[in-house]
Design a binder for this molecule. Structure first.
Ligand SMILES: *[C@@H]1O[C@H](CO)[C@@H](O)[C@H](O)[C@H]1NC(C)=O
Ligand SMILES: *[C@@H]1O[C@H](CO)[C@@H](O)[C@H](O)[C@H]1NC(C)=O
Ligand SMILES: *[C@@H]1O[C@H](CO)[C@@H](O)[C@H](O)[C@H]1NC(C)=O
Length: 208
């Protein structure tokens, strides 16, 4: 009886150490290592689009999937975000080539139009109260093509696709992403200005 008690204690100690090891191994992945993590790599897209890399972004439960072509200085992206609200709302992702936050970002935004279509287009965030209007090609600071959007995971997510001709040299950029719960008169309305909604920016190296 003493022997069997000892034995079970030993087994418990062993599974505890295995548990600790697994926990330490899992937590040793830093946000940078989240690129190509299984949390985003396992996602499949509606038309089986394949992306060489993906990153689980640290705010708003979003992921960015991307294909970087260094020779052409372009990146094809798919930005996935949870549906912001039952009513719909909007999601957006963009690059800020000249700064670190929202202002100066050129984004792609997607939302459900009152006519029932999911619409997506490039827009310029020139101030903290941008118009959110579609930017004409001539207004863009850098070209964006193949802009499209769709629902995913039975309407639980929205996905925005775009191909960006990268401004400047190198593969490292400041990116900004966002979501808001309401669209008024077919214009995305202001997002919350606290918490994750003001922390959803970072740097990304498209070559990784
Ligand atoms: C990404 O690049 C791979 C390899 O070149 C290609 O097969 C795939 O179609 C590209 N995906 C997109 C969405 O452009
Ligand atoms: C809804 O409006 C958008 C924006 O004007 C347009 O691109 C889209 O084709 C419209 N969809 C329908 C079903 O009319
Ligand atoms: C960034 O700065 C460059 C050089 O001043 C300018 O040409 C470009 O339009 C700016 N980009 C944006 C998105 O404001």
């Amino acid at each position: 009886m003493a022997a069997s008690a000892l034995h079970s204690t030993g087994t418990a100690a062993m599974s505890l150490s295995l548990f600790l090891f697994a926990t330490i191994a899992a937590s040793s992945f830093s946000p940078a290592d989240a690129q190509a993590s299984s949390s985003c790599a396992s996602h499949t897209f509606s038309s089986n689009q394949l992306y060489a890399s993906c990153a689980a972004l640290p705010r708003l439960g979003t992921t960015l999937h991307y294909n970087y072509t260094a020779a052409a200085n372009t990146v094809a992206v798919a930005f996935r975000a949870p549906q912001p609200s039952k009513a719909g709302g909007w999601v957006a992702w963009g690059l800020n080539p000249n700064g670190t936050g929202m202002v100066g970002t050129q984004a792609v935004v997607a939302f459900r139009h009152s006519n029932g279509s999911l619409v997506a287009y490039p827009t310029l965030l020139g101030s903290y109260a941008p118009s959110m209007a579609p930017a004409a090609a001539a207004e863009l600071a850098f070209p964006v093509s193949d802009v499209a959007a769709e629902y995913a995971r039975n309407g639980k997510e929205m996905v925005v696709y775009a191909t960006v001709a990268l401004p400047g040299k190198g593969s490292k950029y400041t990116h900004v992403w966002q979501q808001g719960g309401s669209v008024v008169d077919d214009v995305p309305a202001a997002h919350p200005t606290t918490g994750d909604n003001v922390l959803s920016t970072g740097t990304i190296d498209f070559s990784k």
